[in-house]
Design a protein around this ligand. Structure first.
Ligand code: ADP
Ligand code: MG
Length: 344
């Protein structure tokens, strides 16, 4: 090869190296964005040059999902379904149809302990809002009559939802955030972001590892000291962690605590032997439904249910501060608070 040819090759190689460096440098750039949405703080972190545009679309999408599925503002699709209970089916977006369908699947799986028709009870207690109160037993009995996932008719061909009895209502508070996080991750992926973390209340999903190649480290909230530090850490590269607990939202009357996860059998907050449950899985919509479901079911039934769900791991913390971890997660969990012990 002639000297000039070698020079050309050298220049090209140098150029490739420089582009490589710039590319890597820009990939290490972190973009962070926080917004209050779906009743909670949404925090997103994404690395790389595609991150700003991707996050713009993520937050627009989250606002769209909130507008469709909220029960705390007028005009949502979910509100329309409830307003037409006992009257007529309502056409909804594919988003709402999908989430309601999933919720009904989990209602079936748990024998109705998880039930998206819990809305009349949720609005009666209104836990987490200033007008929360302990309802009279007669009010609870009245609301309970209107709670049953069996009275939800879904027509996939027409994308309609029909609540067959007057006074029924849908509440997707236990599952919609999971769907939203999955959508956020899908949008980041579509924009070719390879490293991101999205946190929406108790739902955290990661995309890839951090920019430095190390896994993301997600803290598990100490359920007995919710202002304090984390009691454990889980490393994640591309899955989701969803935690449910009685400590998240509650009402205190005469020294007794009433939390926001209600038992469709009794109409009162669930009497769980667990303080919190965390599900680790691929999809956050499933993990969200399952974190609430396992919390309601209690340790024994929860562990039994999880045995039949491949790719789904869990951390169940009981009232004796014993931590029950499914086998696939043991190596990834690090307990950092010695007042908690691992179950044998
Ligand atoms: P959070 O929304 O606090 O992260 P969860 O995912 O566990 O926690 O969902 C709790 C919410 O689910 C409640 O605030 C209420 O809207 C709804 N909910 C309460 N009880 C039930 C139930 N038995 N089945 C389905 N949803 C429920
Ligand atoms: Mg949930």
């Amino acid at each position: 090869m002639r000297k000039t040819a070698w020079l050309a090759v050298g220049l090209v190689l140098t150029a490739v190296a420089v582009v490589g460096l710039v590319f890597r440098a820009s990939d290490a750039r972190l973009v962070e964005r926080d917004e209050f949405l779906m009743g909670t703080l949404v925090q997103a972190k994404a690395f790389g040059r595609f991150a700003p545009g991707a996050l713009e679309e993520v937050f627009a999408r989250l606002r769209e999902i909130e507008a469709r599925m909220t029960i705390n503002a007028p005009g949502s699709e979910l509100g329309a379904v409830s307003d037409n209970a006992g009257k007529s089916p309502v056409t909804v977006s594919p988003d709402t149809f999908l989430v309601v369908k999933k919720a009904i699947d989990y209602a079936t799986l748990t024998g109705g302990r998880f039930d998206p028709t819990i809305a009349p009870l949720v609005s009666l207690w209104h836990i987490g809002f200033p007008d929360a109160r302990v309802p009279a037993p007669s009010e609870i009995a009245g609301a309970l009559e209107r709670v049953s996932y069996r009275n939800v008719l879904l027509d996939p061909a027409k994308s309609t939802i029909y609540l067959t009895e007057k006074g029924m209502g849908l509440d997707l508070g236990a599952i919609a955030k999971g769907f939203a996080v999955d959508e956020a991750i899908a949008i980041l992926r579509k924009h070719r972001v390879t490293s991101a973390l999205v946190s929406l209340g108790g739902n955290v999903s990661s995309l890839g590892a951090k920019a430095d190649g190390k896994p993301w480290r997600v803290g598990i909230q100490d359920p007995l000291d919710t202002r304090g530090p984390y009691m454990a850490i889980v490393e994640t590269t591309g899955d989701t962690l969803v935690t449910s607990g009685g400590y998240e939202r509650f009402l205190e009357v005469d020294g007794k605590r009433y939390h926001h996860i209600l038992d469709p059998d009794t109409g009162y907050p669930t009497e769980s032997d667990l303080l919190s449950t965390t599900i680790v899985a691929g999809a956050s919509i499933d993990a969200d439904a399952l974190s609430t479901s396992t919390f309601i079911l209690g340790r024994e039934k929860a562990l039994h249910l999880l045995e039949d769900l491949p790719g789904t791991e869990a951390i169940l913390i009981d009232k004796d501060r014993v931590v029950w971890v499914t086998s696939g997660l043991k190596k990834r969990l690090q307990i950092v608070d010695s007042s908690y012990t691992m179950a044998p």
